[in-house]
Structures are given as C-alpha cells and as structure tokens.
Design a protein around this ligand. Structure first.
Ligand SMILES: O=P(O)(O)OC[C@H]1O[C@H](O)[C@H](O)[C@@H](O)[C@@H]1O
Length: 634
C-alpha cells in the first residue's frame, strides 16, 4: 500500500507559517525534484485517493515512504515513450485522412457533440491515456469529489459545487447535514426575494420600483456571473424578462474608481439595488467598493437605516461580517465553505444577481444544464465521458506534448466573457508546483488559458496560432444562433458566415499549407517560406444546439470538470489558491505606508530601493527622483 506523510494541524498560519517558510527558504526556488515536503496538510489521504505506487514504491516497508508522483507510474512512462512516435511519424493531415480514427475520436451527450480528431493523438494514445486514468483511479477521485470527501486537503474542505445544482430529492451528506437541502432552502429564498423585487413589492427607500442592479464582487464572485449575464443578454427568453422588461445589471469588480463610475453611470440610486458578493466578505476591493456605493446611496437618500435595508443585499459565507457591514440578515443569501470562489456561480453568487435580472426560472435552467453534465461525468464510461476526455487531452498536450498555452474560441459574441471565467477556473486551480502530498512536480502542469470569441480572435492573435507557437485550441460553436438574421443578397446568413470560420479554422490549423501547394499557386520562391503553414496544430471542437441558459450550464460544468480531471490525473490540489496570498499581504504593507506618508508626513521606508523609488514618485511626483533632469533629445 502507498504510504503517506503524516498530516500536521491545518492550515499553517501566522508565526507557524512564517517559521516554516524561513526554515526552508531554498525550497521556494528549488529546481524541480521529486522530494517530499514534510508539511503535508489536511486529513490523511484515503487509500482510494492515493496514487497507485509507482515502480519505485515500497509497499513492504513499515517506514513511511515518499508519496509517488504520477510520473513514476508505468502508464505515465508508456505515454512518454509513445509520444516520440507521435512527434516523429504523424502529421494531422494524415491522421485526419484515417476515417476509422476520426469516427472513434468523437463523443456525444445530451446535445453536446465533441470532435477531438484534431488532437495529435492516435487511437493508441487514447488507449494509453485511458489506462493512465484507470491507474490514478480517476472514477473514484470524481466520486470522492461529488460525495463530499474533504479533497481540498490544505484547507480541509470538501469540494461540492456539484451539490449546488443537485435536484431537491438528492442527498449529499457532509458532517451529518444534507447539503442539498441547505442549497434548496437558499434557492427558494432567492426565488421568493427576487420575485418580490421584480413584482414591485420590495421597493426602494423612497418608494420607487427597483430596476437597476449593481453586483459588487471580484474574482469568482464576479467572473462567473458576468459570463452568464453576457451569454443571456441576447437569449430571447432571458432578455424579454431582463432588458426588455426594463431591468439593468452592472458589475463593479475593480477597485479602480473608474470602474465605480462605469458601474453607476446612468443609474438612479433610488431605483438601484446593490448586491455585495463576497465569499469571505473581507476582500479589500469588494469592501472598499461596497462602502463607496453605500455612500452613493446615502448621498442620494440620506443615512436612514431603511436605505441600506431596501437597497443593499449580500451573498456570502461570512454572516458575521455582512451583519457588521449593516446588511439585514433577511437580505443575506448564504453559501458555504465547501464552495470554492471560482466554482461558486451556481450558488447565491450567481443565483441572486441573475435571477434579479432575468428571473429565477432562467437561472434554474442554467442549473439543470450544469446538472446534466455532472451526471454524465459521474456515470459515463471514461472513453465516452466528454469532460474526462477534455481533461485527458489537456494532460496530453501540457505534460507530454509540451504545449504550455491553450486557447478557447467561442463562435458567438454572447460568450465573450467565458474565456475570462474559465481562465480563473483553470489557472487558479491548476497553477501549482507540488503534488497534493507536497512533493515537487517533475512534469509540467497548468496551462496559460486565454481566448476571444470567433471571429474576433482571427483578426488579432490567430497569426501566432497559425505560424508561431503551437497553442491547442478549443472551438465552441452552435447549430442555431440566438439571433438568426435573414440573408440579404449574401450567399449565406450571418450565422452561416460565422460558422464557416468555426469549421475552417480547425482544418487550417491541422492541415496547414505545404510549400508545394504554395508553389502550385504560382507564388514566388522568395515568398514561399513566409506563406507556408506547417499545420499539425491541435484543436478540439464542441458543437451545441443553441446558446441558452441550459447550454450555458452544460458548458460551465464541462470546463469546471476538465480542470478537476486534469488535477486528479496530475495528483495536485486543484481547489486551493495559496498563490494569491503573498501579493495581498504586500499590498497591506503598501497601503499602510501610503496612508502614513500621505496623511501623517512619515517617510516611505522598509521597501527595497526599487519599490521605494516608485512609491515616492507616485506620492510626490518626480521630487527626490534621480531622473529629474529633462533631457532635450531634439
Ligand atoms: O468572494 P471573495 O471572498 O471576495 O473572493 C474573491 C476572490 O478572491 C481571491 O482572489 C481568490 O483567489 C478568488 O478565488 C476569489 O474568487
């Protein structure tokens, strides 16, 4: 049996964390090596979530041994060996001509069709990847997640965003409580509250009907809701309940005062409800913005307690802090620590603003779509499981083929915010450097994710995708448009025009264009190298019926689970985010210094020379700066 390092108390904070850090400074910059870190956090792994021992694993010794990295498994090594044959022998041109292979590299479920024949894989690669998935016990790891095991070991938390979209009749027990019941209690409250506001029973402090909503939140408390808001703006059912019914929703995420202006512009405070969305209710940006907006309300309507009561509501796990802020408990819609911020759009974080804007029924359809893919993830065999296959392609491209970036191109403007949301979901989850047992990884994980709707991206960065670095792409298209237009003298409709690109780009990336083909077009020899496309650039295509609340839910769940699958295979903890802490701590120090220098005349101190110089320049202009001489270059 695989041994594991005994856990310590969790998590290390304050002095203990500082001591652990300073005692092993070299670890921070250590080159990658498979050594154990003795600070392994959280509950001990259960046998089911410990990777199968690699060839070096010592199952007989009673002495605890180093938890094996997945890269020690024979299945991983087989893939490494196999990669050479793929690199050396196959071009996607030929692979795409193999009809049998193409037929087998597709999967379909509940209207979602995925074609992954443009991945640089053979049928043998698929087989080996599935063997790796079996070896890491992927099915069990998925079950552990959806059943509420505390798989986020560094924070000792369960990871249960799937329970947020479970049917009322389902049961998921955590610490003796059925969390699905908790979820539906809050959803029912949101349904009632949002109907009360939209029907005009809950009015503003001065008696006006509330029509404008400002959602104040950042990171996971913003990106998911914004993706959904944008996606549904042009959905006929949602927009008739939203904009067409006179409602507006703006997001205020950045602490930049410019964003405050943009979010509040054109809104009458007397007709506006502010939704403060923050899991912790301590995030500086959100709290500063919430106070700024509260002042905006007070300036317009006075400081009578009914102003905050009628105009400010919150979504949070921290009920003590929402109370301290002055938000009435009946206006607070909770969620729970088992919902990660970036996985929270299905909680009150998305439910409240989106139901205020588009009505609760629309949000409910979104939950249904997400649930559909959750069931598929749990029940479908691995070789036909769309999110599992998406995750395995990610592992293959990143860890074996060495492609460190990945791009997403939804062929609809309505998904303009999906790439930003998935960027957080994936990069905050899998941007890690140690295994879940704290062992330095000796392979690459965590792609750089980016994207733009098609066809916009084609006219900006696609040059690089076709001729520069190889960046595996995910294309997302829809059979029908949200907004079909008539054909006006053109050979095809707008949507067909859009989709022509959706079909053409993956082939252009895969097939490329040879120098012979360029020559056959009569191009000059000088030009040939510049117009030759090497091709062999992998992509994956998802085709869905139409973009609506249901398919938005499906897409969300697909990408959330892609990330989880990759994390499970890599054996990293995809559900913590310690990497965002250090910058926050340093900002606190700067904030104190800015206050002391600006308002109390204290000198700027305790920074390195570079930061000191920049801070002084920020505070005092160029005074005291070494470069105050104006040079005339004329
Ligand atoms: O919802 P909040 O507690 O305000 O947190 C907002 C965001 O804060 C941090 O940046 C975390 O890394 C994110 O995961 C989180 O979504």
């Amino acid at each position: 049996m695989q041994a594991f390092v005994a856990p310590t108390a969790l998590p290390l904070r304050g002095k203990a964390a500082a001591a652990a850090f300073s005692a092993r400074p070299s670890d921070v910059f250590a080159s990658r090596r498979a050594t154990p870190r003795m600070v392994v956090l959280g509950k001990p792994p259960t046998p089911s979530n410990v990777p199968a021992p690699g060839p070096d694993g010592d199952s007989s010794s009673s002495k605890p041994s180093t938890p094996a990295l997945v890269s020690t498994l024979p299945q991983w090594k087989a893939l490494q060996k196999h990669k050479e044959s793929i690199i050396d022998q196959t071009h996607l041109r030929e692979l795409l001509d193999d009809d049998e292979r193409v037929l087998q590299l597709a999967a379909e479920y509940d209207g979602v069709f995925m074609d992954y024949s443009r991945q640089r894989i053979s049928l043998e690669t698929k087989k080996l990847l599935l063997e790796l998935a079996e070896a890491v016990n992927l099915k069990q790891r998925i079950k552990d997640m959806v059943s509420g095991k505390r798989i986020n070991t560094t924070e000792n938390r369960a990871v249960l965003h799937t329970a947020l979209r479970a049917k009322k009749s389902e049961v998921v027990m955590l610490d003796g409580v059925n969390v699905v019941e908790q979820v539906h209690t809050v959803l029912d409250r949101i349904r009632t509250f949002t109907e009360t506001v939209r029907s005009g029973k809950h009015v503003g402090a001065s008696g006006k009907h509330i029509k404008n909503f400002v959602a104040v939140g950042i990171g996971g408390s913003y990106l998911g809701p914004d993706f959904l808001y944008e996606a549904l703006k042009t959905d006929p059912a949602a927009s008739s309940a939203g904009q067409q019914a006179g409602y507006s929703l703006h997001f205020l995420a950045n602490v930049d005062p410019v964003d405050v202006k943009r979010a509040l512009d054109g809104f009458d405070p007397e007709e506006t409800m502010v939704i403060v969305v923050s899991k912790t209710f301590t995030t500086r940006e959100t709290i500063v913005n919430a106070k700024t907006v509260r002042t905006w309300l007070w300036d317009a309507m006075g400081t009578d307690p009914k102003v905050v009561r009628q105009h400010m509501v919150a979504c949070s796990t921290n009920l003590a802090k929402t109370k301290d802020f002055g938000i009435s408990p009946e206006n607070v819609f909770p969620f729970w620590d088992w919902v990660g911020g970036r996985y929270s759009v299905c909680s009150s974080v998305g439910a409240l603003p989106l139901s205020l804007m588009y009505g609760f029924n629309t949000f409910d359809k979104f939950l249904n779509g997400a649930r559909s893919i959750d069931k598929h993830l749990v029940n479908a065999p691995l070789d036909r499981n769309i999110p599992v296959l998406m995750g395995l392609m990610g592992v293959w491209n990143m860890s074996f083929m060495g492609y460190k970036s990945r791009a997403m191109h939804p062929y609809t403007e309505a998904l303009n915010k999906l790439p930003a949301h998935i960027q957080q979901v994936d990069m905050e989850s899998n941007g890690k450097h140690v295994s879940r047992h704290g062992v330095d990884l000796d392979f690459e994980v965590g792609e750089v994710d980016f994207g733009e709707p098609g066809t916009l991206g084609q006219h900006s960065f696609f040059q690089l995708l076709h001729m520069g670095q190889v960046v595996p792409c995910t294309f997302i298209g829809f059979i029908e448009s949200q907004n079909p237009t008539c054909q006006d003298g053109e050979p095809v409709s707008n949507h067909d025009e859009l989709m022509s690109n959706f079909f053409a780009q993956p082939d252009a990336l895969a097939r490329g264009k040879t120098s012979e083909e360029c020559r056959a077009e009569g191009r000059s020899e000088d030009l040939i190298p510049h117009i030759t496309f090497t091709g062999n650039r992998p992509s994956l295509s998802l085709l869905l019926p139409v973009l609506n609340a249901y398919t938005c839910g499906q897409l969300l769940s697909l990408f959330e689970h892609r990330t989880a699958v990759q994390g499970f295979v890599w054996d990293i903890n995809s559900f913590d985010q310690w990497g965002v802490e250090l910058g926050k701590v340093l900002a606190t120090k700067v904030r104190k210094q800015l206050n002391q220098a600006r308002y109390h005349g204290k000198p700027v101190a305790d920074f390195n020379a570079s930061t000191k110089r920049m801070v002084e320049r920020y505070l005092f202009g160029s005074v005291g700066c070494a470069f105050d001489e104006i040079i005339d270059y004329e």
